[in-house]
Design a protein around this ligand. Sequence first.
Ligand code: GRF
Length: 217
Amino acid sequence: MRAGEQRNGAERVADSFRIAVFASGTGSNFQAIVDAVAAKKLDVTIGLLVCDRPQAAVVERAEKAGVDTFAFRPKEYASREAYEAEIVQELERRGIDLIVLAGYMRILTETLVAPYYGRMINIHPSLLPSFPGIRAIEQAWEHGVKTTGVTVHYVDGGLDSGPIIAQRPVDIREEDTLDSLAAAIHAVEHELLPHTIGLIRAGRVSLDDRRVRIAGE
Ligand code: GRF
């Protein structure tokens, strides 16, 4: 097969599964997804970045990667539901199959959660249900746990409470500082998030009430 034919074939497959990433800040997890796609380790199309802070570094990363962005200022809307309704329109327009929350710092309402339940995942830097909410790495550090980690879960209406898809532990060593722990957790996130998206894309993940099953694991 010639190079052009191969490329066309790959594009056709990738086009059939479209994800949207929601992020508010640095976007290192967004970058990990971009890199996995570029390296052909993850066969999806990143159809949209949604960001509630137009000045965030992640917006620049999306520009560089050629990913469409919907950046908005929450204050310019009458309610959460109002901007979420606009986001839903943007998602539907692009035929998004899966939403990936990767450091998206806004509370979600039913406007977004209901239509995408089972098609929206979040990455959280602790072993849920321990340390939900903000500053999870700091919470675990301050609590003095010996093992923390990373969780990828489906999103429901609660705070980091949806069905768990994947978890990886990260041990806290004697010589760790908060910074070295955060770096270790982010390194695990950057591997686990693209991996989990790949499992969903491959149709291997099924949701049965709270229990998530992964075929072949
Ligand atoms: C990550 O630690 C993620 O688990 C949490 O927010 C952070 C986002 O970091 N939900 P980044 O913007 O992807 O670098």
